[in-house]
Design a protein around this ligand. Structure first.
Ligand code: SF4
Length: 350
């Protein structure tokens, strides 16, 4: 891990034009030196948009009555995992709104069991929010080994402006610690350029990631959703894109061996945005494997891309685009975080 100060990060986040491109090139070279030029593909399965929370920026918040709610059955989730396996992927991400009721958690545990029974080599990442520690343990026992829980901001006062009671910053941090204790590869992330956020907040987010010693990161540039309380706040999409890319490059510089996703939100802000994320140092892309009919309903923000109907075609086109950038698409490589492998080795030699 490279040490860096808050003012140094702020200066890097401000870079634009030629200096920005050169910075991204340096970050890309750091990726190559530390974790090769491989880009890992994770099949994204958004299996339910039902959420018990009311985050003020999110299109699927429970108070939004303007969307159709859906939830895939375990067999439907398995069918999406089958498609990912048929496309040659060995890694999937199961994502949904947050629910802690037993119906939901049992349904997910059963889905994990079905997937691991049929595809024992499939690596499963979960992103289903805050859960009790015992439930995280249950998911781990059923074969999920990676967990993504975005903190969205590392500033508790900023968190309060984006999340109503009873959501709690400290509870979220506790969940991240529980996940790490259990043995998951742990990922988190923040929204970039969200309302009320400062560059100093973003710099602190980077420092927070280093303190937590994360294995993976997914940072989405903030994009408003018209049916949310924060939608009327002034928003500059170009600023979101530039800051989103610079955050990737700073994080790659500071944590050279973690997995960093180039998110769909970058693509929404600019066609080819996902490739720009890779050029700034990211090494993970997540092609859509949710059933086509449900994709428009997983509307976290306005104009979220739906991908193409045929997942296999989409994977092939993503692979071609990765090769055009001079990088290596690594579909069959499960893409375990190198940082995770090193920290587990360090822990066991103590
Ligand atoms: S951000 Fe996540 S937890 Fe918050 S409302 Fe949206 S889906 Fe639910």
């Amino acid at each position: 891990m490279t040490s860096i100060s808050r003012p140094e990060i702020v200066e890097l986040l401000k870079l634009r034009g030629k200096e920005q491109r050169e910075f991204h090139k340096r970050a890309s070279a750091i990726r190559k030196d530390n974790i090769t030029d491989k880009v890992y593909l994770r099949g994204l399965i958004e299996f339910s948009n039902i959420c018990a929370n009311d985050c003020l920026y999110c299109g699927i918040r429970k108070s939004n009555i303007n969307i159709r709610r859906y939830g895939l059955s375990p067999d439907e989730i398995l069918a999406s995992a089958d498609e990912a396996a048929e496309a040659g992927l060995t890694s999937i991400l199961l994502q949904s709104g947050e629910r802690r009721d037993r119906d939901f958690t049992s349904h997910l545990s059963y889905s994990l069991k079905l997937i691991k029974h049929k595809h024992p080599r499939m690596n499963i990442t979960l992103s289903v929010g805050e859960q009790e520690r015992g439930i995280y343990e249950e998911f781990y026992e059923q074969g999920a080994t990676r967990y993504l829980l975005r903190i969205e901001t590392s500033s508790e006062s900023h968190y309060r402006k984006l999340h109503p009671e009873p959501m709690s910053f400290s509870r979220r941090v506790q969940c991240l610690n529980d996940l790490r204790d259990i043995g998951f590869q742990v990922g988190t992330g923040v929204m970039v350029n969200s309302p009320y956020q400062t560059l100093a907040n973003l710099a602190d987010d980077i420092l927070f990631f280093t303190t937590l010693d994360i294995d993976m990161c997914g940072m989405g540039p903030y994009i408003p959703h018209s049916d949310t309380p924060l939608s009327g706040i002034e928003y500059l999409s170009e600023e979101s894109l530039n800051l989103g890319l610079n955050m990737i490059a700073v994080l790659r510089t500071v944590m050279p061996d973690i997995n960093i996703a180039s998110t769909t939100a970058l693509e929404t802000l600019s066609p080819g945005g996902r490739e720009l994320g890779l050029l700034a140092g990211a090494n993970v892309i997540m092609p859509q494997f949710s059933p086509f009919a449900s994709r428009t309903d997983y509307a976290l923000y306005d104009n979220k891309p739906q991908g193409v109907r045929e997942c296999r075609d989409f994977v092939n086109s993503v692979k071609e685009r990765i090769e055009e950038l001079g990088l290596v698409p690594a579909t069959e490589d499960p893409g375990i975080s190198m940082h995770f492998l090193r920290r587990v080795k360090d822990d066991s030699s103590r």
